[in-house]
Design a protein around this ligand. Structure first.
Ligand code: F6R
Length: 610
């Protein structure tokens, strides 16, 4: 989730660009850069790290010019570095481009462009776009952008400029946000409202496959057939703070709502042909023999990432019939773990900087094991040291409580499992295709749950009046229950415990008193009868049961106090769906209790100390 800004008009472009970059800073980034149409050419200045580094580098360099664009990079392809930072040039210094998104077919395009004589200097997918535009350039930048975007698959929001066309900037978008703010003899471009609102409230939001030609005095928007559209700008009345959160009150809710997109971004280029094929070969770089030789999997992580690992255990043991151990990193590193030969160690970390997880990774590496990292941050310590990485593309997660990173970690584990099943010849082609299609459908199913957000505040209102709560579930539901309880604890400060439902009668049932809220996950149809018995045990002692089950489990309806139905799917995929109402429940409970949701007490986002 990089950030883009642009300006063309009567004023100098650079002051807006730098101010706009600061406004987008909250999105997270690892490098920054600007390009300005100066009298002596299209000048680019970029740096790794803070925006203040960029300002320092620009220093007394007068970036004088009335058109330009800037970029904050959150690395996806290629580590954070000055060369990989945007703007990117093509072969000639005349072109510059900034891009947000992922170009899926960049390797094929790069090979083809290299065979046509183009020379690449960065590791990014974006540079391919710059060369592609240069390749099609015949004196009209708009036409060459329109031509180039037809050749790419993936997502993009881009702004391009060429030295010979100082009076215009060209934009395009598909599956990544881009908007144009209208001023008086000046126009602005940004990835989101935050950079635009201090200057204008009249805003065009570009739609997929639209391109725009922007001059100081006019904005022309074209559809995918290159026909001019008569679009009316929207009047946006948000304040700047809510604009950063796309109008949501908290980053956590915004990030919960971003989950369908985060899933789509994470499956892009990996789940092919509507899910019929899963291909992780180039990223993982394991030979089929290596995959066949794995005798055990050891998953190590902390907190929410550990809970994702627990779902992975149930999944891998079921599908791969391999023993899977899951450990919290702070225990793993000090307990001299038994890692037999041919153990694959998977470390999971959103930030890629968690000290305990990093130490666990180093321990496994010292012992000579193959390591695979699942992380959200390209260039993080975990990504650099693991050797092999399956990145999640959740974009920067700002709320302390992890939501979209967890969901994409689950997806990464599912894709990995079915990819291994394919390489180990464990499933028939038809079964693989069915599983892939189920994964492919998850974002739409998550959307249908999010559309029913309004059902949650009522449940949350009840929960918010208690100081203790329980979460129960069997099988994969137990792993999800642990995550539901953690979410509730960390943001609402309600003491919440999760139990394997069958364990209650071994002690905890003593705590069930009249009215106590119990969140009962009953999504695993294979053990539905057993879950129902546990629910009855709680009801018989006066507990108040909120149930989460698949549509079609109507037998539960009369046994519980409230029920949230999830879209039906094979049991194995339910964790991805079941966690959504639990995230919303934690969120709305914390809202009802007036808690500081994005920054809970005593917690920080990335724990880089022991
Ligand atoms: C809880 C949460 C934490 C993190 C944990 C590991 O909502 O976010 O439990 O999951 O601190 O962090 P990463 O994944 O960055 O290693």
């Amino acid at each position: 989730m990089s950030g883009i800004v642009g300006y063309i008009g009567k004023m100098q472009a650079y002051p807006f660009l730098i101010e706009g970059l600061y406004k987008l800073e909250y999105r997270g980034y690892d490098s920054a850069g600007v390009a300005v149409q100066c009298p002596d050419g299209l000048k680019i200045i970029k740096t790794k790290g803070e925006i203040s580094n960029l300002e320092e580098k620009v220093g007394k360099n007068l970036l004088a010019g009335n058109a330009g664009f800037g970029h904050l990079r959150w690395a996806t392809h290629g580590k954070p570095s000055e060369i990989n930072a945007h703007p990117h040039r093509a072969c000639s210094d005349d072109f510059a481009l900034v891009h947000n998104g992922i170009i899926e077919n960049y390797l094929q395009l790069r090979q083809w462009l290299e065979s046509e004589g183009h020379r690449f200097i960065s590791e990014t997918d974006t540079e391919v776009l710059a060369h592609l535009i240069e390749h099609y350039y015949r004196g009209d930048l708009l036409e060459s952008v329109q031509e180039a975007i037809k050749k790419v698959t993936g997502s993009f929001a881009l702004v391009a400029g060429v030295r010979g066309e100082k009076d215009r900037l060209i934009c395009a978008r598909k599956d990544a946000p881009l908007m144009i703010g209208l001023g008086e003899n000046e126009n602005y471009i940004s990835s989101d409202f935050a950079a635009l609102l201090p200057h204008t409230r009249k805003i065009h939001i570009l739609e997929d496959m639209e391109t725009a030609l922007i001059t100081a005095s006019a904005v022309k928007i074209f559809n995918s057939d290159c026909t001019v559209l008569q679009k009316k700008a929207q009047q946006i009345n948000w304040d700047v703070t809510s604009a950063e959160k796309s109008g949501y009150e908290h980053f956590m809710l915004k990030e919960i709502m971003e989950q369908p997109q985060a899933l789509r971004d994470t499956m892009r280029g990996r789940l092919l042909d509507g899910g019929k094929k899963i291909d992780l070969s180039s990223e993982l770089n394991f030979t089929t023999q290596e995959i066949k030789d794995f005798a055990k999997v050891f998953i190590v992580a902390c907190g929410t990432a550990y809970h994702a690992g627990l779902v992975g255990k149930y999944l891998m043991e079921k599908i791969l019939r391999l023993p899977v151990e899951v450990d919290v990193a702070s225990e793993f590193r000090y307990r001299d773990p038994l890692l037999c030969e041919n153990t694959l160690v998977i470390v999971i970390s959103q930030s890629g900087e968690t000290a305990d997880t990093l130490a666990a990774l180093r321990l496994a590496r010292e012992r000579g094991h193959k390591i695979l990292a699942i992380t959200n941050v390209v260039g993080s310590s975990v990504a650099r040291e693991a050797g092999r990485v399956l990145f999640t593309y959740a974009g920067p997660e700002i709320a302390v409580a992890s939501t979209k990173a967890y969901l994409t970690q689950l997806l990464a584990l599912y894709m990995l499992t079915y990819y291994f099943a394919q390489e180990r010849n464990l499933l028939e082609q038809k079964q693989l295709e069915k599983a892939g299609e189920s994964l492919f459908n998850l974002p739409a199913q998550v959307e249908t749950i999010l559309d029913r957000e309004k059902e949650i505040p009522k449940m949350a209102d009840y929960l918010s009046r208690w100081e203790n709560a329980y979460f129960i579930g069997r099988n994969m539901d137990f792993a999800v229950a642990l995550e539901g309880a953690l979410k509730l604890k960390e943001i609402s400060y309600i003491h919440a415990e999760a139990y394997a439902a069958g364990e209650l009668k071994h002690g905890t049932l003593a705590l069930v008193v009249e009215g106590i809220p119990v969140m009962a996950l009953a999504t695993q149809n294979a053990v539905l009868d057993k879950s129902l018995s546990n629910i009855k045990e709680i009801k018989a002692r006066g507990g108040y049961v909120h149930c989460f089950a698949q549509e079609g489990s109507e037998a539960l309806q009369n046994e519980v106090d409230s029920i949230f139905y999830l879209p039906p799917a094979e049991d194995v995929f339910l964790p991805v769906l079941a966690v959504i109402p639990l995230q919303l429940l934690a969120y709305y409970t914390a809202v009802a209790r007036g808690c500081p949701i994005d920054n809970p007490r005593n917690l920080t986002k990335s724990i880089t100390v022991e």
